[in-house]
Design a protein around this ligand. Sequence first.
Ligand code: SAM
Length: 268
Amino acid sequence: MQDTHSSSAGTLYVVATPVGNLKDITLRAIEVLRAVPLVACEDTRSAGRLLAALDIRGPRFTSLFEHNEQRKVEQLVEHLGAGHDAALISEAGTPTISDPGYRLVARCREAGIRVVPVPGPCAAVAALSASGLPTDKFLFLGFPPRKGIRLARFLKRLAAPARTGIAYLPARRLDEILGLLAESFPAARVVLARELTKKFEEFLSGSPAELLQDVSSRPRKGECTLLVYRPGERGEDEEGEECELERNQESGDTTEGEVGDGPGVTES
Ligand code: SAM
């Protein structure tokens, strides 16, 4: 279908921001954030701090998070429909990737409002790019569900053979998840990318059991992205899943770790 937009409507810019190091902001992100009259963000105070640090003064802020997204989307569509531009940012990284905004983007597209990505940092891609694990096929799974069969299924997909699985992980769940991987997939190669782009950035790698031992001597804190690769043949049931930024809810597979207000939004 042709990509047609209403000529009188404003543009929604989906702007990636740093995941730690402020210097990772792009020139284009600064330009766009300087120009728009309205910025939709999860937390108006931290967005205010970010823009102040970038010496950007001017735009108004409006909060957009899981529990108010549906209501806010209509207000934002009205703003854009009236011919004004807006930017969407998240706490860190690329909006809509395990962060709110998917509904807004979908609704804008439906309403014929132009949506423009302003690409930049994303923890999953940064971790993958420097992990040393194969990058030709990967599956991003977001946050793990809390427990039970959903967690087991999630880990099975994370460690599916012949592609790199990527998960976001609260540091407090490191021991649990590495322990389960060690039990079920002892031969997998695991990389833990912690505190990317920050002072204490580190990449730990090894088998799940080795990593479990490694993390047990460290404080369970910091931002963690976990990558898993298991050599082998891909099964038929996995056809078509590679290189996909998967949304668990899309298939109705709502995980317990998700807060449930739209695909791609998960627990933090
Ligand atoms: N939209 C973001 C992105 O593009 O990366 C992700 C948002 S998600 C709510 C936050 C999760 O991303 C964290 O819990 C952690 O798993 C991962 N993450 C964010 N910043 C990170 C960093 N500096 N190092 C490692 N992982 C990070």
